[in-house]
Design a protein around this ligand. Structure first.
Ligand code: CMP
Length: 138
């Protein structure tokens, strides 16, 4: 069944000039790009996005990193989009990511790991709504 997921090309990957290469991997894997923009967010906006991680020891560093430069939020659509994007991204820590995955190719560390992808339908709905209005999706 066709499903939507939410993704972010993170500041490390945008800074290194990997935006187009990552978008190409995503399209090659069969995702339709339904929403796309390039923005930068404040630390407070990053804290709101990652609120589920607020008790984690890496929260302050993660939200500082996510507000350190431009990001590219995306809404992606295909059958089984949430699970398929997570497979395409690879493990959170690029050291554990499988060959051929986006994080294996483009990520530098467990924090600066190039790309975010929603982990469940409820989080996808929250995350899409956090960054996109309905009229921005087509
Ligand atoms: P993401 O999929 O966006 O979800 C939460 C983010 O927190 C994760 O990618 C990483 O960028 C970061 N993260 C997760 N675990 C750690 C960790 N152990 N140390 C630092 N950052 C982490």
């Amino acid at each position: 069944m066709s499903e939507r997921t939410f993704s972010i090309i993170k500041p490390d990957a945008v800074r290194k000039g990997y935006t187009a290469a990552i978008l190409a991997e995503i399209e090659k894997a069969g995702f339709k790009i339904v929403g796309l923009k390039k923005i930068s967010i404040s630390k407070v906006q990053a804290e709101g996005f990652y609120a589920v991680h607020s008790a984690r020891p890496f929260f302050d560093s993660l939200t500082t990193f996510m507000s350190s430069g431009s990001i590219v939020p995306l809404v992606l659509e295909k059958d089984n989009a949430i699970a398929d994007l997570r497979k395409l991204m690879g493990a959170t820590n690029p050291a554990n990511a499988e060959e051929g995955t986006i994080r294996k190719k483009f990520a530098g560390s467990i924090e600066e790991n190039a790309i975010h992808g929603s982990d469940a339908p409820e989080t996808a709905a929250f995350e899409i709504g956090y960054f996109f209005a309905g009229y921005e999706l087509a």
